[in-house]
Write a protein that binds this ligand. Structure first.
Ligand SMILES: Nc1nc2c(ncn2[C@@H]2O[C@H](COP(=O)(O)OP(=O)(O)OP(=O)(O)O)[C@@H](O)[C@H]2O)c(=O)[nH]1
Ligand SMILES: [Mg+2]
Length: 284
């Protein structure tokens, strides 16, 4: 299935990022810990130049812990630090402030020596629904940015004052104009970064089932009380799940659409386990 979703407000958001990048000291790049590699927007590299970056591996409560540790190492480089967190937990983002102070230590020191108090500014970026606004609210301990469990909740940029003299810019989630890699597009769809309305959810679920059989077979089969069958195709599993759950439409036909939504919803809510879709190879 070919996936594409790049509405006009994303083009506008990218333009606003370009305009605002010179105003910020660093970038807080939020990645969904379940698919950190898939969340990397190829259109960002040009915009970001060589600004220091804090990579926030967010939603760690839903991701595989060992993989999160590997990805965290992967994203810690010269000029960038990685922080892993669950933004829905009070005070979880304190580590982001620490990372910010570490990356900007020379500037903070310079300002201190000159006796000036300048705000530290950061721009928060990432794909839709990865938790940018939730992180900002966590940073300031108040509900200042609108959040929601669907992609493209934030529609325009907004400056928010957070702890001490730190200001952050919330930005709308952005994707890119075309996906060269189907697997990346699929992962983004599974984690709900691409709105379901533009997807064939039943077809998407078949690819998802295939992926689960590959990387998370037992918990997946257990969840739906089905057994592995080497002769089964993904659609046979979807049928079995619909039968078990009694998802039928009038006339007794199986309701594949409902089954597909239930499976994706289970994954998105963590009911299939703590799963990372992008496999980080150690030392890569
Ligand atoms: N389980 C879990 N859910 C989270 C976490 N962070 C955010 N969420 C949830 O993810 C959903 C999306 O959060 P938002 O903060 O609106 O995401 P966003 O990146 O601002 O999304 P857009 O503005 O649409 O680009 C909300 O339902 C949040 O409660 C986390 O660490 N763990
Ligand atoms: Mg938002």
């Amino acid at each position: 299935m070919k996936i594409q979703w790049f509405p006009g407000h994303m083009t506008k958001a990218l333009r606003e990022m370009e305009q605002n990048i010179k105003l910020v000291d660093l970038v807080i790049y939020v990645l969904d810990a379940r698919a950190p590699f898939s969340c990397l927007n190829p259109q960002f590299s040009e915009i970001l130049g060589n600004k220091p970056i804090i990579f926030v591996l967010n939603k760690t409560d839903l991701a595989n812990d060992e993989q999160t540790a590997l990805w965290s190492r992967f994203f810690t480089r010269e000029n960038s630090l990685a922080v892993s967190l669950n933004s829905t937990l009070t005070n979880a983002s304190k580590t982001v402030i620490t990372a910010m102070e570490k990356l900007l230590a020379p500037k903070i020191e310079r300002n201190k020596n000159k006796g000036i108090t300048m705000p530290l500014r950061a721009m928060v970026i990432g794909v839709p629904n990865c938790g940018k606004s939730t992180l900002i609210n966590n940073l300031c301990g108040k509900y200042k940015a609108i959040t929601g469990d669907r992609p493209s909740v934030t529609r325009s940029t907004q400056w928010v004052k957070v702890a001490g003299n730190i200001e952050v810019l919330d930005t709308p989630g952005t994707l890119w104009s075309s996906f060269e890699d189907d697997e990346i597009a699929h992962n983004l769809a599974y984690i709900n970064s691409i709105k379901d309305d533009v997807l064939d959810v039943a077809e998407l679920s078949l690819d998802f089932i295939e992926k689960m059989l590959e990387i998370n077979r037992e918990p997946f089969l257990d969840r739906y009380n089905i057994t592995y069958n080497a002769d089964f195709r993904p659609v046979d599993y979807l049928s079995a799940i619909c039968e078990n759950r009694k998802f039928v439409i009038r006339g007794g036909e199986l309701d594949y659409e409902r089954g597909a939504r239930a499976i994706l919803d289970d994954f998105r809510k963590g009911r299939l386990g703590k799963i990372t879709l992008d496999d980080c190879i150690p030392n890569s």
